[in-house]
Design a protein around this ligand. Sequence first.
Ligand SMILES: NC(=O)c1ccc[n+]([C@@H]2O[C@H](COP(=O)([O-])OP(=O)(O)OC[C@H]3O[C@@H](n4cnc5c(N)ncnc54)[C@H](OP(=O)(O)O)[C@@H]3O)[C@@H](O)[C@H]2O)c1
Length: 274
Amino acid sequence: MKTALVTGATDGVGKATAKKLLSEGWKVIIIGRNPARCNSTVTELKDSTGNDNISAIVANLSILNEVKNASDNFLQGNQPLDFLMLNANAITNDRTITSEGFEQNFALGYLSRALMIKKLENVLKTTPNSHILAVVGLDTVRLDFEDLTIKNNFTGRKALGRWQWSMNVFTKEFCSKQTIPLNLYMPGLVKTKILANEPQPMRAFVKLMNVLVGISVEKSAENVFSVMNDIAANKKNGACYSWKKERSFPKVEVKSDDQKRLWELTENLLQPYL
Ligand SMILES: NC(=O)c1ccc[n+]([C@@H]2O[C@H](COP(=O)([O-])OP(=O)(O)OC[C@H]3O[C@@H](n4cnc5c(N)ncnc54)[C@H](OP(=O)(O)O)[C@@H]3O)[C@@H](O)[C@H]2O)c1
């Protein structure tokens, strides 16, 4: 039986993907920040799929110490890891600094994912044909290395763009150094709650676009599953997928030493949590 770890699986794309994997006979461990939602998701997915091989780890992934504990908790199960889906996200539109001193969107969207990859690197290496899928959106904004907490001119869109830029650039450097396949996944517009708190007029625009072109979470999970099959069949590494097809990497503004600089910065920031 194959094992998946899916972050942010108490709702949206993550929950629907967990359900799809269970119905395909996988064992699934979900990570969510809310204990009650984790419990109800486990019960609901057991009942709806008839597969009991689901459990939850509770962690607020904006806090790197909790990412570390959640990863250690997974490792204590002494189990393989065939598929790591780095999916959790919530867009924080007010400038929020976590108790560990990071801008919240950057901590959740980027640092927590890089940390989880590093913590789970060994089990991924020892599980044959394992791979990682990082779920991102299209918008990117180059990271300002001198202003990591966005003291200047903060906006939610900028914060979102920065972590997504970082995930793009990290993926390129990771794939140049490592053998564990890491691919990016853009789900397109999916009818979930994630964009419900966007400031107006964006909120109204998103609502309209959801009606016109948004897809259901079930369809999105089918797309993820089809992408997983393509990755496995074609041994993809460092590819970018949208919906269920491979696409070219989005155009990302990168200065010549950004990739190495981000890698070094990430190693330094994550060191206390490894
Ligand atoms: N929906 C779209 O149109 C769209 C487009 C492009 C990219 N994406 C990306 O797709 C991924 C999934 O988004 P979605 O649309 O499915 O959103 P969603 O329905 O809001 O689901 C997000 C999941 O992440 C969890 N989460 C949020 N903050 C967390 C934290 N601090 N610690 C642990 N878990 C946390 C949520 O938990 P709760 O249940 O507690 O809220 C929920 O389970 C995200 O990475 C998002 O950026 C989505």
